[in-house]
Design a protein around this ligand. Sequence first.
Ligand SMILES: C[S@@+](CC[C@H](N)C(=O)[O-])C[C@H]1O[C@@H](n2cnc3c(N)ncnc32)[C@H](O)[C@@H]1O
Length: 220
Amino acid sequence: MKGRVLNVFDLPIFNNRSGYRAGIEDYLFEKMNRLSLEGIVSQEILKNSVKSNLKHATYYQPITCRNLKLILDKAIKTKIPFDCFIDIGSGKGKACFYAAQTLKCKKFIGIEFSLSLVKAANKNKAIFGNRNISFLNEDAATYTLPEAKCLIFLYNPFNDIILEKFVANNYGHFKRHASIIAYAYDVHRETLLLNGFRTLFRAADRKLSLYQFKTPKPLS
Ligand SMILES: C[S@@+](CC[C@H](N)C(=O)[O-])C[C@H]1O[C@@H](n2cnc3c(N)ncnc32)[C@H](O)[C@@H]1O
């Protein structure tokens, strides 16, 4: 429009978000790394490339750099030497790409049940570079965590039913390893607390939190 100053927040990539609002740093992260991350992929579109558990899923939208930075900083402060960063519901791969620039893990893994989103993430990876990143087309409800210290990231991918299944499937892992769950837009955090996890950190205003499994004390 003539005479109107362009506001970056009017750009289409910033529209139609729920939960977190993207900022200029998200625009720059995408442009500087030549990635394609923004936009919403609704359940309706996801159904073309998802075989199961769609009714329990949210939809695709990328995490914001601002929230990712805070939760990764807090995870680093635990001083746990994480071997693996795992994004459960990785979409187009933003959290893995950001973590690969921030953390000293040996592996960065994205788990995503939509085949078309895994393809989009792999297209991004071809531009970003391999950097020990892999995207797997799997359902979180049946995914088994690797035998390693993991930082497991979730950005509100699904409801409490799938969260409970994911945790129950991986109880053995959480008992054996000092892994941590980093949960963004943590609307189902109660499920973790009811299933043996304790809160290590929480920013209530941003719905961002960190959890670790409470190791049972040996009987004396
Ligand atoms: C809010 S997006 C987060 C994307 C990415 N983690 C990020 O932060 O940029 C949630 C993602 O979880 C995926 N998802 C939902 N249910 C899933 C399931 N059962 N297994 C694997 N991925 C799932 C969706 O397809 C979507 O891409």
